[in-house]
Design a protein around this ligand. Structure first.
Ligand SMILES: Cc1ncc(COP(=O)(O)O)c(C=O)c1O
Length: 463
């Protein structure tokens, strides 16, 4: 039992540090146990003195799933008696893709404590720190009683018209959804099957890996981004990899969680040079922060293999309402629209989104203010300890990397949580973070000060 628990602890550690495959050496006498646990033998044998080992391998997600299916109830019993010194939780979260958002739990499962949102700092999710345009707030609060009970325009025609006008693209090049998550799930499940080949960057927004690997079950390759290259996509290296001829390539630009942006002109060159059978999904959730001229929406209308997905959640402060759109050639859009259920975007979301799009100056001012708050937050965090590495993203977050040898990202997140400050441990997203990087969303000045105070206290070892 102890041996199996140690193996379980190793698996949890690997998963929580973004590991995707394990390689293991196991004594041949115990081979049947390893195989039963889900490891696969490579057939290669290594001898050391009198002992023979088999070289084995396994997919971390599969091993974890199999372990929980078989031993879930035993593990839950053991959890009560094991002294678990790891920073990683004993049991993983549920089967869904792990996101930030633990802060929302403060509201209570049945929303009994809605006012608690004032007491916590939700820097684990990238929701806007500012409210939506006052016009949207007024429209909703003035009519919530009838808005709540009224069916929205079935295809969100008014919202599509407003998007077309504001973005300068034809209406038939736009499809809408209840957040980009809705569009990602609908489009990917329509386009891909288990024989499809997909390329993701590593690191990348985690939902993409979840959908392609665990919902569709595709073959997925990773294009590694490197800390020492500033997490930048190297266009030449990327172009070479694209020659593999993928069915779908996802590029989050600016990237979450690295916060790094690839210039639109460079990206267009990459797309032009790629095999024509490869479809690109460009996620521009944070593109508002890098300014006009950096969106590929207009390019996507003309190209027949590029789709730009744009969330209204973060840039327009509408995360709770759920609204997003994608821009592509009319033939791609027609397909996505066919797969869209009626009333996909709620009436409050449609009303607020239209009002938001009509108030660009309000948002431009908030985005500029975000840049100032971000710089202040980064400077204050950097001032805590010279061993910390703080990198400012181009969007509404900063990355804080802890020095080797001290507290890890999971420990920092856990201890800040006890102070009502929620941060995001990036370790499970990619092994490239080496368990040392947390992502911190920009909030208002007072909340940012709470973040800095909490991080400083934890790092100084205040209990
Ligand atoms: C890069 C990226 N894409 C998509 C989403 C999903 O956004 P939503 O479903 O709210 O539109 C997020 C949310 O964090 C994100 O960071």
């Amino acid at each position: 039992m102890v041996g199996k628990l140690l193996m379980y602890a190793a698996l949890r550690w690997v998963a929580a540090h973004g590991g995707r495959r394990v390689v293991a050496l196991g004594r041949v006498e115990l081979l049947s146990m390893y195989l039963e646990l889900g490891l696969a033998s490579t057939g290669a044998v290594v001898r050391s003195g009198a002992v023979e080992f088999q070289l084995m391998g396994g997919d971390v997600a599969e091993l974890a799933g199999r372990t929980l299916r078989r031993y879930g109830s035993l593990l839950r019993d053991l959890q009560r008696v094991v002294r678990w010194g790891l920073e990683v939780p004993f049991l993983p979260d549920d089967d869904a893709c792990a996101h930030g958002g633990a802060s929302v739990e403060a509201l209570g499962r049945g929303f009994e404590t809605l006012d608690a949102h004032r007491d916590v700092v939700p820097a684990d999710v990238l929701d806007a720190w500012f409210p939506p345009t006052p016009d949207a707030v007024a429209a909703l609060s003035g009519g919530l009683d009838w808005i709540a009970r009224t069916s929205p325009p079935v295809q969100a025609g008014g919202l599509i018209e407003e998007l077309a006008l504001r973005r300068g693209v034809p209406e038939d090049a736009l499809a809408v959804g209840a957040g980009s998550s809705d569009l990602i799930f609908r489009a990917f499940r329509g386009w891909l099957d288990s024989s499809s080949r997909v390329l993701l960057t590593d690191p990348c927004y985690g939902e993409y890996a979840h959908v392609v690997e665990r919902v569709v079950g595709c073959r997925v390759d990773r294009f590694p981004l490197r800390r020492e290259e500033g997490w930048r996509i190297d266009p030449e290296r990327f172009a070479r990899v694209l020659r593999e001829g993928y069915d779908l390539v996802v590029i989050v630009n600016p990237n979450n969680p690295t916060g790094v942006h690839l210039d639109a002109a460079e990206l267009r060159e990459v797309l032009k040079g790629a095999p024509s059978g490869t479809r690109f999904w460009i996620d521009e959730t944070y593109a508002g922060y890098v300014g006009a001229g950096q969106s590929l929406e207009s390019y996507a209308v003309e190209a027949d293999n590029v789709v730009v997905c744009t969330s209204l959640s973060k840039m327009y402060a509408l995360s709770g309402l759920r609204a997003a759109y994608l821009t592509a050639s009319p033939s791609i859009v027609a397909e996505v629209r066919r797969w869209t259920p009626p009333w996909a975007v709620s009436l409050p979301a449609q009303i607020a989104a239209v009002r938001a799009l009509r108030d660009p100056s309000y948002y431009a001012a908030r985005w500029a203010q975000t840049g100032v708050l971000r710089a202040e937050l980064a400077a204050a965090l950097g001032g805590i300890d010279e061993g910390l590495h703080v990198s400012e993203s181009v969007a509404n977050f900063v990355l804080l990397t802890l020095p080797q040898g001290g507290i890890g990202a999971a420990g920092l997140v856990e201890r800040c949580r006890g102070r009502g400050v929620f941060l995001r441990d990036l370790s499970p997203l990619s092994s490239a973070f080496e368990g040392r990087t947390v992502r911190i969303a920009v909030r208002d000045a007072a909340a940012n000060a709470r973040v800095v105070a909490a991080v400083a206290e934890v790092l100084r070892g205040v209990a």
